[in-house]
Design a protein around this ligand. Structure first.
Ligand code: TRP
Length: 337
C-alpha cells in the first residue's frame, strides 16, 4: 500500500471528547490533504486519553466515533492507515524501552505537564508525566519523517527528536529523526465565547465551541451568541478585533478561501448578517461529513474491518522497529551464537 518514494507522516488525535471544528480545520482536514502526498499513518491515541480519568463506556463510544469522524472527513483507508493506539501493543512496549533512555530532567521541563500538574496536584498520574515518551514511541515506531501537529506540541516533537538522536548515538543508527509540521490555517481557532482562549471541547460553556456533530440549528444559534466587539464593521485585526477576526478565520476555513478573500466577501455586512453567513458556511461544510459519519456508524462491521486491517498493517511495521530496538538494547536473542 505504501509507496517507497514517499515520505512517512504520522499523527495522533485523542478520543477525549467529540471533535470540534478546531480539530477539523486545525488537524483532520490537513491530514486529508497530506494523505495524497505522503505515506500516512493516523492513530486514535486511546492510551494517551487514559492519562486522565475516563469513564470506560464513554471512552469506548468516543473512540469508535472519533475514528468514524476521521474517515467521514475524507481519510481514505486505501491510502492511509487509521487505527486505535491500543490495538498495536508495540506502542506501550517501545514506550517502556524509551523510558529507560529518557531523563527526569528533560521530562520535568515539559510545559504541558507543568501546567497540568499545577491544577491536579498530588493525584496527577504518572502516565501524564510520561505522556511525551509515549508520543515519541508512537512517532519513532513508524520511521516517521514528518509529524503534523498543532504548535502546542512543538516541545513534544522536539523531545521525540532528542530521544531518537540520543538512542542513535548511544547504540547505533536506529530511528529516523522526525520533523514537526505545523499547519498554518485553522490551527488557531478560538473560543466563540472568549476569543482570547483556544476553542476546546472541554470548555464548560457549550456555546464556546462547535462540534463536528452539531446540527445546523445548533450551529446557527452558537454563532448568533458569538462574542464580537462594540464596533459595527467587519474587518480582520487580530489585536483589536479578536472575536470578529476569529469568525473571519472560521469562515475562510469553511469556505476554503484566504482571510483577505473572506474579508472582501463580508465587508459591509452587519454583525448579525455576518454571523449568520459564518454559521451557514460551517453548517454547509459539515453537512456531508455528518451524512458519511452516520453511514459509517450504521455499518459497524465495515467500520471495524477498516480499523482492524489498518492495525494489522501498522503492527507489522511497528514490530519490526521494536525487535530492532530490543536487539540493540541487549535482550537475549534466541538461536544466536
Ligand atoms: N499529543 C498529541 C496532541 O494532543 C496527540 C498525539 C499523541 C500525537 N501521539 C502523537 C500527535 C504522535 C502526533 C504524533 O495533539
Amino acid at each position: 500500500m505504501f509507496d517507497k518514494d514517499k515520505k512517512i507522516i504520522f499523527s495522533g488525535i485523542q478520543p477525549s471528547g467529540d471533535f470540534t471544528i478546531a480539530n477539523y480545520f486545525g488537524a483532520i482536514r490537513n491530514w486529508v490533504l497530506l494523505q495524497n502526498d505522503y505515506n500516512s499513518i493516523f492513530c486514535v491515541v486511546d492510551l494517551h486519553a487514559i492519562t486522565v480519568p475516563q469513564e470506560p463506556a464513554v471512552l469506548r463510544r468516543r473512540s469508535i466515533e472519533c475514528a468514524a469522524m476521521i474517515l467521514a472527513s475524507g481519510i481514505d483507508p486505501e491510502k492511509s492507515l487509521l487505527f486505535f493506539q491500543s490495538s498495536v501493543s508495540a506502542h506501550s512496549e517501545l514506550c517502556w524501552l524509551l523510558n529507560c533512555n529518557s531523563y527526569m530532567g528533560e521530562m520535568a521541563r515539559m510545559t504541558q505537564y507543568k501546567e497540568k500538574s499545577v491544577k491536579q496536584g498530588d493525584t496527577i498520574r504518572v502516565g501524564l508525566f510520561d505522556y511525551p515518551v509515549l508520543m515519541a514511541a508512537d512517532i519513532l515506531l513508524y520511521n516517521t519523517d514528518i509529524v503534523p501537529v498543532g504548535d502546542d506540541q512543538t516541545q513534544h516533537v522536539e523531545l521525540a527528536r532528542n530521544i531518537a538522536e540520543r538512542f542513535n548515538h548511544n547504540y547505533s543508527p536506529t530511528f529516523v529523526v522526525p520533523e514537526g509540521y505545523y499547519g498554518k490555517a485553522g490551527s488557531r481557532i478560538m473560543s466563540l465565547a472568549n476569543p482570547e482562549k483556544k476553542m476546546s471541547k472541554s470548555d464548560e460553556n457549550t456555546n464556546a465551541f462547535i462540534l463536528m456533530k452539531d446540527k445546523r440549528d445548533v450551529i446557527m444559534n452558537k454563532f448568533k451568541r458569538a462574542v464580537t466587539d462594540s464596533e459595527t464593521e467587519v474587518y480582520y485585526d487580530k489585536e483589536k478585533k479578536k472575536g470578529i477576526s476569529n469568525l473571519l478565520e472560521i469562515y475562510s476555513c469553511a469556505k476554503g478561501i484566504t482571510i483577505p478573500e473572506a474579508e472582501a466577501e463580508c465587508r459591509g455586512m452587519s454583525y448579525a448578517e455576518f454571523k449568520e453567513c459564518v454559521g451557514t458556511a460551517v453548517a454547509d461544510c459539515l453537512d456531508p461529513i455528518q451524512v458519511r459519519f452516520e453511514a459509517l456508524m450504521n455499518d459497524k462491521p465495515a467500520l471495524e474491518k477498516i480499523l482492524m486491517d489498518s492495525a494489522d498493517a501498522a503492527r507489522s511495521i511497528a514490530n519490526k522497529t521494536l525487535r530492532k530496538v530490543q536487539k540493540k538494547i541487549g535482550f537475549y536473542q534466541f538461536g544466536s551464537k
